[in-house]
Design a protein around this ligand. Structure first.
Ligand SMILES: NC(=O)C1=CN([C@@H]2O[C@H](COP(=O)(O)OP(=O)(O)OC[C@H]3O[C@@H](n4cnc5c(N)ncnc54)[C@H](OP(=O)(O)O)[C@@H]3O)[C@@H](O)[C@H]2O)C=CC1
Ligand SMILES: O=C(O)C1=N[C@H](C(=O)O)C[C@H](O)C1
Length: 267
């Protein structure tokens, strides 16, 4: 199956090109960079250091319309939605890793997924997806006696906060506790905040240096605390998940899927 990589020169884009190269059953069909980029016309493989692939980078999806079956998009919300419209119209599958989407934007994606298969997940590592299941069990068992705080750290270039993964962790925990995250989330604290309310779920964000992605969910009560931590040390872990998702989507009907579907982790 031929893959197109959107945002090919980005942090994830480069690693995704490398991952396609090492995945049986997938081949690089196209690589798209920002309009006007000096990389247009250059070989995608040479840019990433894996050697010549014969795929020249372009700056518009329309130019490579016939060169791929699945688009992998790890960019930013506006662009991902624009690309999703394109994929819906031209019958292309999509693997989406972009985070920071609003509810309205996610709704737009769901509409596109009525006509083509779309896999959309804030974190494609196997580890994080296993952790989501551990969190569901932990929260359901510990119940309301334990305060929940979610702490995440990422590199200095990250634009959205809290991370998509932290928000998904919050949703899973809130759901297991019978709460609505929209009503109980508290984002950062400053000044005279008063005591913590029992049912709030707190989010703390760290942005520094080259941290690939750390997430900790803290469950604390009087007398003990539990910390569930995942640390990504290489972007290849996310890229490998994206490859798995692209292959998995191959024979799926139209619909909106997530990484838990791909990994068969849904209860
Ligand atoms: N789901 C998951 O497992 C993971 C998700 N992510 C998410 O992926 C997204 C991207 O992260 P990251 O790779 O670090 O970000 P980057 O900013 O490094 O990558 C985005 C790339 O898109 C390029 N770009 C901008 N406009 C266009 C355009 N019109 N057409 C094509 N390309 C364009 C940018 O170019 P320029 O820099 O020149 O503007 C940049 O190279 C984020 O939302 C992040 O949270 C990240 C890791 C894992
Ligand atoms: O921007 C990143 O880098 C990452 N973003 C994702 C998120 O927002 O959860 C996943 C990963 O932690 C890396």
């Amino acid at each position: 199956m031929r893959v197109a990589i959107m945002g090919a020169a980005g942090r994830m884009g480069k690693v995704l090109i490398e991952a396609v190269d090492g995945t049986e059953g997938l081949e690089l069909g196209a690589a798209i960079v920002e309009p006007g980029s000096s990389l247009v016309g250059a070989d995608a493989g040479e840019m990433t250091g894996i050697g010549k692939t014969g795929v020249k980078m372009v700056d518009s999806l329309d130019q490579v319309r016939d060169d791929f079956e699945v688009l992998i998009d790890f960019t930013f919300p506006d662009l991902t939605l624009e690309n999703a419209e394109f994929c819906g119209k031209h019958d292309k599958r999509m693997v989406i890793g972009t985070t920071g989407m609003s509810d309205a934007e996610k709704q737009q994606l769901a509409v596109v997924a009525e006509s083509v298969p779309v896999m959309f997940a804030p974190n494609m590592s196997v580890g994080v997806n296993v952790v989501l299941n551990l969190l569901r069990t932990a929260a359901a068992t510990l119940g309301d006696d334990y305060d929940v705080e979610i702490i995440e750290a990422h590199h200095r270039h990250k634009k959205d906060a809290p991370s998509g993964t932290a928000l998904r962790m919050g949703e899973v925990v809130a759901d297991a506790l019978g709460r609505d995250l929209k009503e109980c989330a508290v984002y950062g604290r400053e000044g005279f905040t008063g005591e913590r309310t029992r049912k709030e779920i707190g989010f703390e964000t760290i942005r520094a240096g080259d941290v690939v992605g750390d997430h900790t969910v803290l469950f604390a009560t009087e007398g003990e605390r539990i910390e569930v931590t995942h640390k990504a040390s290489s972007r290849m872990t996310f890229a490998k998940g994206a490859m798995r998702a692209a292959l998995w989507l191959q024979d799926k009907p139209a619909g909106l899927y997530d990484m838990q579907d791909v990994l068969n982790l849904k209860a």
